[in-house]
Write a protein that binds this ligand. Structure first.
Ligand SMILES: O=c1ccn([C@@H]2O[C@H](COP(=O)(O)OP(=O)(O)O[C@H]3O[C@H](CO)[C@@H](O)[C@H](O)[C@H]3O)[C@@H](O)[C@H]2O)c(=O)[nH]1
Ligand SMILES: [Mn+2]
Length: 721
């Protein structure tokens, strides 16, 4: 039997190991310098800076697990059998205002048009945590349009199969036969009409009466539905089993709309709870042994993705160990230099390949095909025989009986006394339910695979302003730290269950939030010490200076090179570095505070959904790569404060150097360089505070607060350095 996939490791690893040897020697020399140069009269200062450097060093070591043996796969979809195991697709949305119904419809259509096997055994489940008639309406419209869209995609083998993106491609129509041209224009008109119906409902916040009559499901909204307090709404929009047919008379895939019951006082566990509800409903209705899970903001861009995933699950050698296959999160519409670093290139084009060498990547919550039994609590054992065909729990019930049964499964009390969220399904209690669940799967013996097909599998909508970016990273770093502090800590639970490289990967991510400590130290202490005349680094004329300079330069050069190899740009790297510093002082710092408050029982980390809408003016600024602030968000205060403080100290030091000359520079060289560097990278912040007039500028109150805080820090902390 031939293999369905092959594996290969990156070239140039020897060269990397050489770099590693030099760099690690540098790190150890730096510590040697620190312990042999304890600053007795500024002990506290010395201690904090040394601690910061220790943490920089430690995280660098964790990161090696990603860089040691990047591993790539090639799949052979043409070798797959004609008949493949069924798959259930779970799509979730939560808020019609932040996640526009047209976006949900587009994603749904892109997924429904998957090319799979002869029988096309894929079933679709949409969870709507917003309980919104507008979203239901969009899903209904998509189910109607799908009857034309699916045959069209099949017939002309179009890509991408997200209609919004397909019709906005300039060359979609070029070069086709006349038959194609006609068909194209017909479908395009139908699509535009559908879009207009969705938009019209959105504008008037209600669905037209004549449309409401077309499906019984609309009756659920005859009286207002409160998104936080309503009964389960389950509607089969497209019946499977060959009952509902498309415009060519071929069977349509089943599509079910689910809005689980919500009641005040009953925790709903956000996305994890939503997916577990879908897990049960799909178990009842189709019970496929594999589950694809996608966020509503990530449309399918490659109609073969499921077939690629199956190459891993069906290979005769290694497959039975694989618990999930993770596709990268890629993003459409990212500006050329990725202003906010939200293209997350480094994670999905560099780091995750490294995890393939150590049992595979974290579970990233979207674009993941999971083995149902692994997700639902089965531990891996070497004698396991994976299940490929699973009978749904239903027999010959009518569709309305099934809906009734599904209502019970999605009631807010259903999970009481059961192990959902604890031992089965997505695990609860963590703001990054995905990574947490992946970690549980890994420690129950399952492996995962990171696979990136040439044609990107999914394209998403990233946060497009500073505040959303910082809030998203706050949620991530909080959730990740929660994992580190949970019973599943990679350093305790992981030992003996995970590979060493895997423990290092998980350590790097789960301790993300702690970056805030060394970053704050480096952004705060050098400038403060400098204006008070206290040196904390070797003089420029001291040979040890070279070590610091070399380590700083080498780490910057390496990260730049890595991004360039991943087809990034220099400016992208510069933007990424700026965002990293902003996240460090803002998102990560807030995470640490949230976790402390949580441990004191004061607050709980929730799930703030990022917005997927952008107004025209802001979009224009985004395209021009001008940072958007606009809202008076407290998240902006730490980075702006540090930017102001460093600028002030840098100017003061530079003036001194001009007056006193080389000796003054020699004494404080590194501190001047660090402050200068921070000021340079903070340019967009100064512009937003003092120069810009547009709506996206920094709100004046933030500028005032930050200036006051910078002054206070300068005067209050100075006596302590
Ligand atoms: O109560 C909720 C909250 C969110 N969601 C859905 O969760 C998805 C992700 O939300 P989003 O605001 O887009 O967050 P992101 O930061 O983009 O999501 C990333 O981070 C999450 C963990 O924090 C992962 O679950 C996601 O897969 C990953 O893409 C969306 O489809 C939401 O509709 C729900 O279904 N119910
Ligand atoms: Mn998202």
């Amino acid at each position: 039997m031939t293999s369905l996939f092959t594996t290969r490791q990156a070239a140039g690893r020897l060269l990397y190991k050489l770099y590693f040897a030099v760099f690690i020697a540098g790190i150890f020399s730096l510590f040697y310098y620190r312990v042999t140069h304890i600053q007795g009269d500024h002990f506290f200062l010395w201690f904090l800076v040394t601690l910061a450097e220790f943490w920089f060093g430690a995280t660098w070591i964790f990161q090696q697990s990603f860089r040691w043996a990047p591993t790539f796969h090639t799949t052979y979809t043409d070798r797959l059998p004609a008949d493949l195991p069924p798959i259930d697709v779970m799509l979730c949305t939560a808020d019609p205002d932040r996640e526009p119904p047209a976006l949900v419809a587009n994603t749904l259509l892109s997924l429904m048009a998957y090319e799979y096997d002869v029988n096309n055994k894929v079933a679709y489940y949409l969870s709507d945590d917003g309980g919104s008639e507008l979203t239901f309406h969009a899903a209904y419209q998509a189910s109607v349009f799908a009857k034309d869209w699916l045959p069209f995609c099949r017939k002309y083998n179009v890509e991408p199969r997200a209609p919004q993106q397909y019709f906005s491609l300039e060359n979609s129509v070029r070069g086709g036969s006349q038959g194609f041209q006609q068909h194209f224009h017909l479908i395009k008109t139908k699509f535009e009409e559908m879009q207009e119906r969705i938009a019209k409902a959105g504008r008037s916040r209600k669905v037209a009466e004549e449309i409401r009559k077309q499906h019984k499901g609309f009756q659920e909204w005859d009286s207002t539905v409160n998104p936080l307090d309503h009964r389960s709404i389950i509607e089969v929009l497209v019946r499977g089993d060959g009952i509902d047919l498309d415009s060519e008379g071929k069977p349509m895939p089943m599509l079910v709309y689910v809005s689980r019951e919500k009641r005040p006082g009953h925790p709903h566990h956000y996305k994890a709870g939503a997916l577990n509800a879908l897990n049960r409903v799909s178990g009842l209705m189709s019970n496929a042994p594999f589950i694809l899970n996608v966020d509503c903001d990530m449309h399918s861009n490659n109609s073969q993705a499921l077939r690629h995933a199956m190459c891993f699950f069906l290979d005769h050698k290694e497959s039975h160990r694989i618990g999930y296959v993770q596709f990268p999160q890629s993003f459409g519409g990212i500006t050329p230099n990725d202003l906010y670093g939200n293209g997350v290139k480094r994670i999905f084009e560099v780091e995750f390949f490294g995890t393939n060498a150590y049992n595979g990547p974290m579970y990233a919550g979207t674009g993941s095909v999971l083995r149902r039994e692994a997700l639902n609590g089965r531990k891996f054992t070497s004698d396991i025989r994976p299940r490929f065909e699973e009978k749904p729990a239903r027999e010959n019930e009518s569709w309305s009986d099934l809906e009734e049964k599904a209502r019970v499964l999605t009631s807010c009390t259903y999970e009481k006394g059961k192990t959902w969220g604890k031992e089965m399904g997505l695990r609860y209690g963590c703001a990054v339910e995905d990574v947490f669940t992946g970690m549980v799967l890994h420690s129950s013996g399952w492996q995962s695979v990171f696979f990136s097909p040439e044609r990107k599998a999914y394209l998403g909508f990233p946060p497009v302003n500073t505040n959303d970016t910082l809030i998203q990273h706050k949620r991530w770093s909080t959730g990740l730290l929660e994992i580190f502090l949970s019973d599943y800590c990679p350093w305790t639970h992981g030992v003996g269950r995970l590979k060493l490289g895997q423990i290092m990967c998980y350590s790097f991510y789960t301790l993300w939030a702690l970056w805030c400590l060394p970053m704050l130290c480096y952004a705060l202490l050098p400038p403060l010490a400098m204006v008070n005349g206290v040196p904390i680094f070797p003089k420029a004329s001291d040979p040890w200076f070279k070590l610091f300079a070399l380590l700083g330069l080498a780490s910057h050069a390496f990260s730049l090179l890595e991004l360039l190899v991943a087809q990034g740009t220099v400016k992208m790297w510069w933007n990424e570095t700026r965002m990293w510093m902003m996240k460090g002082s803002s998102s990560y710092l807030v995470s640490v505070i949230v976790i402390i408050l949580k441990s004191l029982g004061i607050s709980e980390a929730g799930f703030e959904i990022t917005s997927k809408v952008i107004d025209d003016e802001a979009l224009k600024r985004y395209r021009e790569e001008v940072m958007e602030f606009a809202v008076p968000s407290p998240m902006f205060i730490p980075p702006t404060t540090l930017a102001l403080l460093n600028l002030y100290c840098f100017i003061k030091a530079a003036t001194m150097v001009m007056i006193k000359g080389w000796a003054a520079f020699d004494q404080m060289a590194l501190q001047i360089i660090i402050s200068g560097y921070i000021s340079l990278i903070s340019m967009p912040l100064y512009e937003a505070m003092f120069l810009r007039k547009d709506k996206g500028r920094m709100p004046t109150c933030i500028t005032v607060y930050s200036s006051l805080l910078a002054l206070a820090l300068l005067y209050v902390l100075s006596p302590f350095v």
